[in-house]
Design a protein around this ligand. Structure first.
Ligand code: SAM
Length: 234
């Protein structure tokens, strides 16, 4: 369970009504039962359920059971697509391992707005599901041009560029990090955006194979490729 609270031996942690309901109503835990908790910073801890009611509850933190495991310093920049597919991208990015998720508005992006709080909650659920101790931070929707204008070139960008669709060049020779993966919207990047990306020295275009992938598939493929060659799957 993700708990946004400092964790230390003997620490009492108040539960919100929703968390108390999840533990007692869904997980069927009783006072005295133990669960694993994490706060995204201090590793995983065992905690005993002290009480749970409709109004909230209380946990008592015990021992630390696993150290904090942060993902590599990888960001994912993507243009939000349909709701379910955007949720999918955030969920898979959290599972595959990434530090920040940055939704961007591009010339061909349909969504004018996102529910950042919903996407952040998806990232939390995915981290809980895969036993991670880290939750990627989901940023608010930003125009791509503004993001790139203020970009610190110290973080390189791996641009999944479908115009290069073909053999995948190895990423092996590239420096390990920090990196950001950039995935375009379903309509692809506009000519102006492509030209701007092409002029930026810190942007490396890459193929994800011979077929044009949907944006959500491309995000999963790029994260996998990066993790396997430069990230923490090596
Ligand atoms: N509208 C584009 C077209 O018809 O040519 C396709 C865009 S594709 C559906 C969505 C995004 O996925 C692209 O902007 C790119 O970032 C990524 N992508 C898809 N297939 C790819 C490939 N084979 N290589 C690299 N990137 C790819």
């Amino acid at each position: 369970l993700f708990i946004d609270h400092p964790l230390a031996p003997g620490q009492a942690v108040p539960l919100e009504a929703g968390q108390a309901h999840y533990l007692s109503g869904v997980m069927r835990l009783k006072p005295g039962d133990t669960i694993a908790v994490f706060n995204g910073r201090d590793g995983e801890w065992s905690a005993r359920l002290e009480s749970a009611s409709k109004r909230g509850g209380l946990l008592a933190v015990g021992e630390r059971t696993a150290p904090q495991m942060d993902p590599p310093d990888l960001w994912l920049i993507f243009a939000p697509i349909k709701k379910a597919r955007t949720d999918f991208i955030v969920e898979k990015a959290a599972e595959l391992g990434c530090a920040r998720i940055l939704p961007v508005q591009t010339d061909h992006t349909n969504s004018e707005r996102i529910r950042q709080d919903r996407l952040q909650a998806h990232a939390v659920e995915a981290a809980e599901q895969c036993g991670g101790t880290f939750v990627p931070q989901v940023a608010d929707l930003t125009p791509l041009a503004r993001l790139l204008d203020g970009w610190d070139g110290g973080r390189r960008i791996l641009w999944a560029d479908e115009s290069r669709a073909g053999p995948v060049a190895t990423l092996q020779g590239l420096p390990p990090g920090p990196w950001a993966i950039l995935i375009g919207p379903e309509g692809g990047f506009s000519a102006a955006e492509r030209a701007a990306l092409g002029r930026m020295a810190f942007v490396t275009p890459v193929s994800l194979g011979p077929r044009i992938l949907r944006a959500d598939t491309a995000a999963v493929a790029a994260l996998t490729l990066w993790q396997a060659t430069l990230g923490d799957w090596r």
